[in-house]
Structure formats: structure tokens, C-alpha cells
Ligand binder design. Sequence first.
Ligand code: GDP
Length: 457
Amino acid sequence: MTDHTNADTLRTPIVAVLGHVDHGKTSLLDTIRGSAVSEGEAGAITQHIGATDIPLDTISGMAGELIDPTDFDLPGLLFIDTPGHHSFSTLRARGGALADIAVLVVDVNDGFQPQTEEAIDILRRTGTPFVVAANKADTTPGWNPQDGEPIQRSLEAQSERAESMLNENLYEIIGQLSDAGFSADLYWRVQDFQKNIGVVPLSALTGEGVPDLLTVLMGLSQRFMKEEMAIDVQGPGEGTVLEVKDERGFGSTIDTVVYDGVIRNGDTIVVGGQNEPIVTEVRALLRPRPLEEIRTEKKFEKVAEVGAAAGVKIAAPDLDQAMAGAPVRVVRDRPLEGVIEEVKAELAEIEVETAEDGVVVKADTLGSLEAMANALREAEVPILRAEVGDIAPRDIAVAETANQDEHKAILGFNVDLLANAETELENADMKLFTDEVIYQLIDDYETYVEERERAQQ
Ligand code: GDP
């Protein structure tokens, strides 16, 4: 093991899961979380705080002979719980992606699909190392891996027919990766994960191959990403807000991924807010309790500090205006003004241009708001107001103030209508459009505008 001094310790790599709809992203995350829980490790995550921490000893417990834990000095893997390239590209850290590494889930029977291509483009553009999870291998007739056996050996132990059927599908995926400009191979044949993409046949349903995937991710991080994982563990914490949530007994809280330094109870923090940076003091740092304790105890456990990389729920006054996707910075050993300026500078990168008249835009994170604004600019639709968060009565009131009737509209991307806005909406003189696909959302709005125009002629 390498000796790391206090000032230069390795943090957990942050992993995102991407892939086409229905190829098994959610199932894979559930299985990873579930296996960690059934490993019986203290601290296994049961409550959602946006990210799941899988410590090295849990991975090694799952992976058996696949892994020798003494080969590693990275502490484990931290999975972002929201899958998809949307959250990958809109959750950022210092202008880059929050995730260090990605799992691209591809259904072995279905191969590359449009969202697989999109995900690949994003991974290429951001230079993010990734591994392919060739999922649903259990649907290949004859697939019969032995418990606890590495997939390679299981594959060889199958009937020749099953092996060749699965192999055919796997080589199809390897070919598609090659068409996309990546050299790839079955993971046990890959020597250098920087040059070659490892493909791991697995089943998110049965869990077979999942330990292999975790092992490959650990190996990739350990060998090629150590420098990026070196942090000052005692430094002022830096993180990204995943979600703003009301939590009983705590008020507004922010689910946060801390990617650098340490955040302590009582710290002064600066958080990106709707109107201006929020300066507040940490009241509680909350981590989910292990399942077996929840029956008797509260859902969350208060901790004194959280070091990177980790998911944590932060309770503090004035967080109701915090924005998903915004930066969180601990103020320690440096002037508050400087930290506020840093947060402002990061937010300024995601400035949305608004006009005197236009539509109201709501989106789930800052990054997605920016993506919406760009798409609307291309479509030449002006924006009156753009904000992160669910649709509130106030938004309906604002949308109604638009001058042109065609602008009396809210375009909500990946957001819900708040319960207290429902009656408001019924009586409102405006239109609401919501979708989880930006282009679909804008298409719907444009169709509406065209139909209005036609009706008036
Ligand atoms: P997502 O849209 O990518 O998050 O996909 P889901 O995780 O929701 O999975 C889509 C469907 O495929 C669900 O019905 C899952 O039960 C099923 N599924 C996911 N993984 C597997 C697998 O490994 N094997 C089989 N047979 N079905 C799977």
C-alpha cells in the first residue's frame, strides 16, 4: 500500500450509471445497493440521499477471489443514485462532470440504441473513463453461472450453444463500440483500461456479474485515476447539491455529494441559491441509518463530519432557496467574500438570458435549466423567467403576466406540479407543459403555438 500523508489522501471515485431507457440502469443500482445491504455492512445505505457508498471491504466481500483488497488504497466507490445521461451532464463539480467514471448499461439483446449513442457522445466529449455493463445476460437461453464464480469461468462452463449465443451478442456490442471509435473487449482480456473499454456480461436481475463490474471499476480507478482522487482531507469541503428536500424535524435540507475536503457540523457554508448565494451554518449532517436500526431509531443518524467523497443530507437555515446542481462550499480559513465570489462565478457559467416577455421555464437542476435555455434560444422562444425547482403557485401567477398570449405558458423539465398549485392551475389563464425530454417539451410547446395561430386565422 502506498503511504499517503494527511494532506494528500485518496477519496472515493464517483460513479454514474448511463444507458438507454429500459436497459436496466435502475435495476443495476438497486442490485448494487441491495447487495451492499445484504453483505450486512454497517452503514449500508437504505435511505436515499442521492448517492450510495460501497466501501472496499463490501466490494471485496461480494467479489470473493476476484479481488485482493490489499491491492487497493482507494476507499471504495460512490454511486450517484439518479441514473441517466441527463443527471450525468447536469451534475457538475468545478465546471466538469461530478462523476469521475461511468457505467454504460447496454441490454445484450438490444445492443446500441439512441440513448446509448447519446451517452457515448457525452462520455467522449467529457473524456470520462467508462465500463460497459452488458446487462440481461440471464435472458440468454442456457445462461447458468455458478454461485460466486467469476463470469469468465461461468461463461466457459455453460453449454456451447449458450456461450456462443451470448458471445455473439457481446461481440455485437464490442463491434458497436468500435464503430463509435472505442477499442473494447471482454473485461478479462483487457490489460489497459485506459486504452480499451472493458465489457462485463452481467444480470442486474440475478446479480450475476455485478461483483465483476465492481471489481473492474475499482481496478480502473486504482490504476488510472489515483492522481485525480488525491485530496486534502482536512481542507474546506466542496460539494454539489443533488436535491432540495423538506425533511420532517429539519426543515429544508440539501442532499449533497461532497467531492473534496471535509464538512463539519457548525461550519459556515455558501450554497448556490435562486437569487443569490445563501450563507448559512450547518445545523446537522445526516446519514441514512442501516436498515436494522430504522425500526427503533429515526431514519437518519447525525454525524459530526463528512469527508469526500460521500453523500450527505445537510440541514441548515435558509436552504429553501437552494438549487439542485448548485455548488456548496465550506468557509474555513479564508474570507467569506472570496467563497461567495467563487460560488457566484460557478453560477455565472450557467447564466440564463431572460426577456421582457416570454415563457416561464422550470427545471430540476441548474445544468438542465441551462440546457433548456439553450434549446429555447435555438427555437427562438424568449424566456421571461427561468428557475430550478418544482412548479409552484407563484410560477403560474408569473406565467399569466406574459404579454403575448402564446407566452402564457410554463415549460417544466423533469419537475412536478406542487400539490398546492393544482387548484391555481385549474383556474389559470395559461398552459402547462411538462416532459422528461427537452426536445419533446419544446416540440409540444411549438405545436401548441402553431395550432393557436391556425385557429386564429
Ligand atoms: P432503466 O430504464 O434503464 O432504469 O431500466 P430498468 O432498471 O427499469 O429495467 C427495465 C426492465 O428490464 C425492468 O422490467 C427490469 O426488471 C428488467 N431488467 C433489468 N435488468 C434485467 C436483467 O438483468 N435481466 C432481466 N431478465 N431483466 C432485467
